[in-house]
Structure formats: C-alpha cells, structure tokens
Design a protein around this ligand. Sequence first.
Ligand code: HEC
Ligand code: HEC
Length: 412
Amino acid sequence: MKFYLSLFLLSTTLQAQDLDVYLRAQLKQFLITTPTEIVRPDQELLVLGHELFRDRQLSGNNNISCHDCHHPMIGTGDNLSLAIGEGGLSRQGSRTQANGEVVKRHSPPLWNLGHADQKEMFWDARVRIDRASNKLITPEPKLDNHPEITKNLSSALAAQVIFPLVSHEEMLGKPGSNPIANLKDSIEVWDAIIEKLKVSTAPNGKTYTEMFNTVFPNEKHNIGHAAKAMEGFIAWRFQVNNTPLDRYLAGDNQALSLKEKNGLNIFMNKGRCVVCHHGPLLTNNMVMNVGVPPLQVKGTTVDRGYRNRFAFKTPGLRNIAKSAPYMHNGVYSTIREVVEHYDQVIPHLRNFTIALDRLSAYSVELEIEKDPQVLEDIEDNIIQPFLRNGLRLTPSEKDDLVEFLEKSLTSP
Ligand code: HEC
Ligand code: HEC
C-alpha cells in the first residue's frame, strides 16, 4: 500500500465537491468499505445464543455471565480498565472487585466479530484461524482430538467463546470453590458445563434440553453446539454497518460534517492511522506494538503480549465511542487521550498517569509500569518510526480526528 503525506488540503482551498472526490479515492485505496451484512440466523438459535450469553449458570459458582463483562448497554464492554473476574459484584452494569480476581487485560468490545475477516481472537491472538493453513489454533491442544466439538467451531469467534468458561479467574472459579473447577482439563470442564445445563432452566424459563433439541435435533450436544449458538448471537446482534461513515461510503455526501471529513483526511494521511486501521473493519487483523503504557496489579509482572513483543491485536474501530476505556489494558479513558497518545507515543509510554477514577472499582492497587528496562524493551519493539517520532498534529487537527472517531464511526 502507498501512503501520501499530502499537504494538498492545507495548501489549496478545495471546493467541497473536490474534497469528497479526494476522500473517496483515498477510502478506496485503503480498502475501507462497509462490512458485509451478517444474515439473521434462525430465531431459535438466536434465542439459545442469547440465553447462554446472559446466563450465570455457565460459570462455576453461578455468579458471572459473558454479559457481566460484555454488557450491551455499555458498548459490549464493562467500562473497566482491567476486567474483574468471578467473585466481583455487578450492579446496573457497573462492576466492582469485591472477592473477584483482577484479570490482566481489558474486556474488548464485541462489535463486528462475526465478519469473515476476523480470524484472530483475544488481545494476543491466541485463538485464531491460521491464515496460511486455515487451521484452528487454540490454547487447548486436546481439542484436536475432539472433532465432534471442533466441527461446530467453524470461525475464530465460535472457538473463542468457550475459553472464558475454562478460565478460573473469569468464569470457572477457584479450584475448591465448586466441583467443576476441580476437574483436570478443559474437555472435562466443557462436558460438565453441558451436563449442568441439561438439567437447568434458562433465564427465559425454557429448559436448555428443550432449546438444544430444537436448534440441533438428533445430535449429542457438546460445548461446540453452545459455541455455535453464542457465535450466531454475537455475530448478528453486535454487527455495526450503519455508521455515518457507511452512509458516506454509500454516496451520501451530507453524512459527514466538514469537521468529520477533515478528521477522516487526517486519519488517512497525516495521522497514518490507516497503516494499521484499514479495510472494511478498520483493522489490519494483526498484532502490533503501539507503545501503550503497561498497567497491572501492583507486584505482578508486566503483560508482554504476543511473543513478548508487547504486540496486541489491532481493534476494529466502529462504535469505538461506545466502549471506553481503550487499549488492551484500558489505560486511556477517552478517545482524545488515544489521539494524544499517537501524537506523542514515547512521552506517553514514559510519563502517562492514569485518571484516578479508573482505579476506584478495585480493592487491590493497580500501577503503571515505570521500570526503565521494561519501558526501553517496549520502545525497542515498536516497529514504525512514525510512532516513535510522534505525529505533530496541530490542536485543530486533533479536534477533527477526535470528531471523526467519535461521530463518523458510531451507529445510531
Ligand atoms: C471477567 C470478565 C469476562 C467474562 C465473564 C467474559 N469475558 Fe470475554 N473477554 C474478557 C477479556 C478481559 C478479554 C480479553 C482477554 C485477553 O485478550 O487475554 C475477553 C475477550 C473476549 C473475546 C475476544 C474479542 C476480540 O476482539 O479478540 C470475545 C469474543 C469474548 N471475550 C466473548 C466472551 C463470551 C462469549 C463470554 C461468555 C462465555 C465472555 N467473553 C466472558 C472479559 C470477559
Ligand atoms: C502500527 C499500527 C497502528 C497505527 C499506526 C494506529 N493504530 Fe490504533 N491501534 C493499534 C493497535 C495494535 C491497538 C491496540 C494497542 C494496545 O492495546 O496495545 C490500537 C488501538 C486503537 C484504539 C483503541 C481501540 C480499543 O478498542 O481500545 C483507537 C481508538 C485507535 N487505535 C485509533 C487510532 C488512530 C486514531 C490512529 C492514528 C492516529 C491509530 N490508531 C494508529 C494499531 C495501530
């Protein structure tokens, strides 16, 4: 891909019409299109997927569901920097630590994960469909011996959703706290969860046996079936393809304000955002190190991400305004802070102080890493020189970029 650092718009007074022609050519060059529509699955599958997604009976101690950390009313996230696992308290979408364990990463939003381009899951891509071999990679090698499960894990998303269930801190519970948490491997845990569901009633009042039999008749049900139902629900329910940018892509020149158009121009040119945020979902589907200041529970080791390179998955950006805070550890509370970060990456990596109200949900102390050796390691692993050097955006360029990220990418 070729990038023009164009002074075009600064030096010439363009007619509004020329600006639109120019932006459309750029959008095309960076393959920025509207994500394809996810077809609505059968109603019964959607209902089963939704029930599983919101039912705390999927957790070892019946105290947490997917919904608690990926709340549809708060941008499919939890408004926390680092997620709080089972044992935490949920009240009206707001979570506090109580007896919960702090998870080392931020709960990512679930927008557009059903799109065919989404082949990497988790901030470090540890669940993925390998792009060269088309093979499913997960942290559980024993899955390879269970084709009756993997036959229903036909996307990275479907494979991903079974992993929170086997995480002691997220959903399973500490060993000793319930019988399922004492089982010896993930396969046994998944089987036990299905056995438990078979004798349980879902939040909608129907039995799981009845619902599984309707959606998957004449089959012996396993965790793969539950995964397929949750995948169908998440993929359809959390798709985003009707933002102002999408209306603009469809030809409506009025869909974006002049300020948003200027912001889009910065996104594609001076800001270099498209180097990584391009294509239909505004992601290169890779893990990258952008020099985010590390945040962790005091006394624990720093999160080194993918292959110890401090690289994390490039998130798609639609609906970003709904899912603060930002980055793999939620250090940044606002989109403006993210833009300031990219403008001056190294100073942020070395000197950023997190907003105090970010820390109030936790009973343990969180800290931003200050060890010079670690910070140097992060810096050395940043590949793009323009990140190390900083962008030098003017205040009004930053305003426009923020306006674009907040307004143009947000669905009604
Ligand atoms: C304790 C809070 C918590 C619970 C409960 C939870 N998640 Fe998550 N989820 C997270 C965190 C944190 C991550 C990122 C972890 C990582 O990258 O290491 C994540 C990652 C994901 C991802 C990957 C998204 C991406 O872009 O890579 C999906 C999909 C997901 N969760 C779905 C679910 C589903 C479905 C459930 C219920 C079965 C669930 N989560 C339960 C906190 C939670
Ligand atoms: C080198 C690749 C790269 C470039 C260039 C880049 N990003 Fe990112 N972006 C990422 C990665 C990777 C993350 C996640 C980083 C992390 O958590 O450590 C991210 C995260 C974000 C997030 C937070 C998303 C979330 O869900 O938390 C926003 C917003 C964002 N980028 C906007 C931008 C903007 C605006 C620009 C241009 C000024 C930009 N990015 C340039 C790769 C890039």
